[in-house]
Design a protein around this ligand. Structure first.
Ligand code: PLP
Length: 396
């Protein structure tokens, strides 16, 4: 998945362009920057590539989620539905606003189960946040229909699936708002960075102001700008944006490599009895960032994971036992461990997840293995990896 595998002259040249002007900040310093703003350049490129009207860069994918929620007016006590299988950033971004993360079961897509989403909707629900984990997507059609029925926002976390599509639209562009991460291990990277995309001008204007202390960005004198509302600092730097400008030009090249490597592994495993693959919802095309498959039992999945590691097949994940991505290991959330006092709304409204029944999620996650697709593999390496994986899976 990571674009960092293929850094080259384009990235270096873009960073040097910034160092030559000396303007490392995206706002202000108009006299010095000679018209150059890498952040704006990347926003333009991203909105064109993602077929949306607007894009706003921020400092990380986590920041993108927080800013996206804030820009749509989400605040204390509002409920946001997220899947049990995601990255901790999902609930962090929601809690940062005093809003309430409502965990909901996943299905064989490894993303939100639309029927579980519908059951979780209450009068306080404001947002459904599908997370397109490991290169593939949620059933966006079903989720959009629910959002329309209950008047909710659809916010896509496409951080792990940039380049995938649904109904011909780039992931992130199907909902009301979409978020990307450009951290160091994403398909394209800025080192650190993130983005919000939307066709809604108001949300993106809000995101622009909110991510820079509420500055209205009117005129050329930063000190004279007014602040229509409170904000924070979630700005990206020009150096980070410069790397992204080079990387976005290479996105399609990276996606083609991912797809080629994925296809070799997938066709090797397809004939192994008992192996099934993650369901991609009708109308979807993966980004091929991971190959995700199911073993018939939890015991077999554990054994396969262990044997892959022993055989040197790296970057294959058994998320069920992983500390980052699955609710089972999120004691800090379950036990509401916080350095300072949490907002009252969070204290009183956050469900007691230690008592929740997520056995439907366990059913899928306990048997799922996700193997990262790297860009730097030679043809020979992919073939060898495919043969080793097949051999291991056939003998468990
Ligand atoms: C699904 C998902 N959402 C959000 C994030 C947060 O992105 P960042 O690391 O840029 O804050 C990540 C990062 O791994 C992620 O995987």
């Amino acid at each position: 998945m990571p674009g960092f595998e293929l850094f080259g002259d384009k990235e270096r040249a873009a960073v040097n362009n910034v160092l030559e002007t000396g303007v490392l900040m995206r706002y202000g310093f108009e006299g010095m920057r000679n018209g150059q703003c890498k952040a704006k350049e990347l926003e333009k490129a991203l909105s064109v590539r993602m077929q949306v009207k607007h894009a706003q860069l921020v400092s990380s994918g986590t920041a993108a989620l927080t800013v996206a929620l804030a820009s749509a007016g989400i605040g204390a006590g509002d409920e946001v539905i997220i899947p049990t299988f995601t990255f901790v950033a999902s609930f962090e971004s929601i809690l940062a606003l005093g809003a309430i993360p409502i965990l909901v079961d996943i299905d064989d897509t490894l993303t939100l189960d639309p029927s579980a989403v519908e059951k979780a909707i209450t009068k306080k629900t404001k947002v459904v946040m599908p997370v397109h984990m490991c290169g593939s997507m949620a059933d966006l059609k079903a989720l959009k229909a629910l959002c329309e029925k209950y008047d909710l926002l659809l916010l896509e976390d496409a951080c792990q699936a940039i380049g995938g599509t649904f109904d011909g639209k780039p992931l992130g562009s199907y909902g009301d708002l979409g978020c990307f991460s450009f951290d160091y291990v994403k398909t394209i990277t800025c080192g650190e960075g993130g983005a919000i995309i939307s066709n809604n001008e108001k949300y993106i204007r809000n995101a622009d102001h909110y991510s820079d202390h509420g500055h209205d960005h009117v005129g050329n004198d930063r000190g004279a700008e007014t602040h229509p509302f409170l904000g924070y600092n979630y700005r990206i730097s020009e150096l980070n944006a410069a790397v992204g400008c080079a990387q976005i030009q290479r996105l399609d090249e990276f996606l083609a490599i991912q797809k080629r490597n994925y296809s070799v592994l997938r066709s090797a495993l397809e004939s192994v009895p008992g192996i099934t693959f993650r369901r991609v919802p009708e109308g979807g095309e993966e980004s091929y960032a991971f190959l995700n498959f199911y073993l018939p039992t939890e015991e077999k999945a554990k054994a396969v994971h262990k044997n892959l590691g022993t055989a040197g097949v790296d970057a294959c994940f058994y998320w069920y036992d992983n500390n980052w991505h699955y609710y089972r290991k999120w004691e800090h959330l379950t036990e509401k461990k916080s350095l300072g006092k949490l907002p009252n709304e969070v204290v009183t409204q956050l469900p007691d997840y230690s008592q929740s029944d997520f056995s439907k999620s366990d059913h899928w996650m306990g048997r799922a293995i996700s193997c990262l697709i790297k860009l730097g593999w030679s043809e020979d390496e992919v073939q060898k990896r495919a043969a080793t994986m097949k051999e291991i899976l056939e003998h468990v």
